[in-house]
Design a protein around this ligand. Structure first.
Ligand code: AMP
Length: 540
């Protein structure tokens, strides 16, 4: 039809063009692995990303569609890679630094990374497998100290690579449908699988996640990204922050609660993102050291359920609002956020906390549905439990290099493997991962519901619940509990009584194991696969 809008591509370089033009002086602060503080501006980010893009194209001969890996902490050079690699038409493949060496080897080979940018403090993780990585032509070392040495061959220092490059080369022209970035799933159930994001999906995710009803990111914010840049692109927030002009604070390897609290105070951080275990550790440290206030106004939490008790503690003790965001590597990741609506003002504090503990409402251009065991799509009634399926503008169409239709419904929705309900107001509640649900005497028991309730006990720091085989009931729940203080005494009977007000008798675990810690995955979630294995081996 004549007289339509322009066909203007949504691309990652356009995000940086906008950020640097409109917010040139906005700051990006990095706390580097050697504990030094680095600060520069969006304009510096722009110029150095251009230099790096030039180096990739003209020194390395990186072409459209090539894979370039990053094996790095959160800091400004990693951010430059986020823009320069897609700006060269290539794919920024962020590699999880916490995987086993065989998984790392598999991922780099599966991606066919041509170059890997690696932090000096992490090279020891790549050295033992370098001979098994035939596609990697060179390693580029970030943040190397003067006395740095490595057995990796073909190494170049990052600053040496970009120092003599111009900062005004044109970005490579790409279509918005071209691949721009890739993350692998954390591989807790088999081999990791690649999820390839397009320029368009990254742009749309950045815009929608930033809307006021969701994460609400603007040029008034200063965001601390505790979530690693290798975990679903730090949940996409680096792109969203540059787009919206939010200042960034990046902590690299300084992830201890004391260090993070100091950053929040010194840098006047008002928004921060991390997994529940991080927030649990920070809360305990704040209480221990007698802090009474923080500049932080909102914390974004995702990757696992944050117990309502912890959401309440942050609100009550520090006036900090915790917002649940739900999603997966396959959904870029933000698909829903638990911000309250004006009609919730009338709710009691208790009801508000419980609503914020839900996984929230779907973002525009993402659709959620619940499909029950019999294949029927459930009503949003807050009762009908089933698998969560999702489709949308930043939801996976298929895994990298596969044609794996098992993960999709016949009508093309992605089957998340999460189980939950959606209420009348559209708030999603995750009750479990399908594989973690416990089926006892034919009845389903939610491990997540038990965990968050046990963690509400004042003496409990962490709790994870797994299914163990049972001759009579097929499966029974087993709770693994970490106490706040070693000297705290808490008996299984006391926990059972504590649970009795919220759970039917058959849902309450018969067995409790007290441990110093709970095994965690590479991105800080309870590693239930490992726990089941330890239990089978009699080592839990
Ligand atoms: P990943 O791909 O590593 O980000 O893991 C995605 C999985 O983490 C989801 O399928 C959920 O099981 C879980 N998850 C993510 N966000 C939340 C949340 N807010 N509450 C509960 N579980 C979550």
């Amino acid at each position: 039809m004549l007289g339509l809008m322009m066909d203007y591509p949504l691309t990652i370089p356009s995000i940086l063009e906008h950020g640097a033009r409109i917010f040139p002086g906005k700051e990006i602060i990095s706390y580097l692995p050697d504990k030094t503080r680095h600060q520069y501006t969006f304009l510096d980010l722009y110029k150095r990303s251009k230099k790096l893009m030039h180096a990739l194209r003209y020194k390395f001969g990186v072409k459209k569609g090539d894979m370039v890996g990053t094996f790095a902490w959160n800091h400004y050079q990693h951010l430059e890679l986020y823009f320069a690699i897609p700006g060269a038409g290539a794919v920024c493949h962020t590699i999880n630094i916490r995987l086993s060496s065989s998984q790392t080897e598999f991922i780099i080979n599966n991606a066919e990374d041509r170059y890997v940018f690696v932090d000096a403090t992490l090279v020891s993780l790549l050295e033992p497998i370098a001979s098994l990585l035939p596609t990697v032509e060179a390693y580029i070392i970030l943040n190397a100290a003067k006395d740095f040495s490595t057995s990796l061959s073909n190494c170049i220092h990052y600053e040496d690579l970009i120092s003599d490059c111009p900062d005004d080369s044109a970005w490579v022209e790409v279509s918005e449908h071209d691949a721009s970035a890739m993350c692998f799933t954390s591989g807790t159930t088999g081999l990791p699988k690649g999820v390839l994001y397009s320029h368009r999906s990254v742009c749309l995710h950045s815009i929608m996640a930033s809307l006021p009803n969701y994460v609400c990111i603007s040029s008034s914010n200063k965001m601390l990204l505790i979530v690693p840049q290798f975990h679903v692109m730090a949940w996409g927030f680096p792109f969203a922050a540059v787009l919206c002009g939010a200042a960034l604070v990046l902590p690299s390897s300084l992830l201890q609660p004391e260090a993070l609290i100091k950053m929040i105070i010194d840098e006047k951080v008002d928004k921060a993102a991390g997994v529940p275990t991080i927030w649990q550790g920070i809360y305990a440290c704040l209480k221990k050291n007698g802090h009474s206030s923080l500049p932080l106004k909102e914390l974004l939490v995702g990757g696992a359920s944050m117990p309502a008790s912890l959401i309440e503690n942050y609100q009550k003790d520090f006036g900090i609002k915790a917002l649940h965001a739900w999603g997966m590597t396959e959904t870029s990741p933000v698909a829903s956020v638990s911000r309250l609506q004006p009609e919730h003002d009338a709710l009691s504090e208790y009801e508000k906390i419980n609503r914020r503990a839900l996984q929230g409402q779907q973002l525009p251009f993402v659709e959620l549905r619940i499909v029950m065991e019999d294949g029927v799509v459930a009503a949003w009634d807050g009762k009908s439990v089933g698998e969560i399926q999702v489709r949308g503008a930043w939801v996976i169409g298929d895994y990298f290099k596969t044609n794996n239709r098992e993960s999709f419904s016949e009508d093309g929705w992605f089957k998340t493997g999460d189980v939950g309900v959606i209420d009348k107001e559209g708030y999603l509640q995750i009750t479990d991962r399908a594989k973690d649900l416990i089926k006892s005497g034919g009845e389903w028991i939610s491990s997540v519901a038990l965990e968050v309730t046990i963690m509400a006990h004042a003496k409990v720091k962490e709790a994870a619940v797994i299914a163990i085989p049972d001759e009579i009931w097929t499966e029974r729940p087993l709770a693994v509990v970490v106490l706040n203080e070693e000297k705290d005494l808490l008996s299984p009977e006391e926990i059972k009584n504590f649970l009795a007000t919220s759970f039917a008798k058959y849902q309450i675990p018969d067995k409790f194991i007290f441990r110093q810690e709970i095994p965690k995955t590479s991105v800080g979630k309870f590693d239930k696969k490992r726990m089941r294995q330890l239990y089978t081996e009699g080592k839990l």
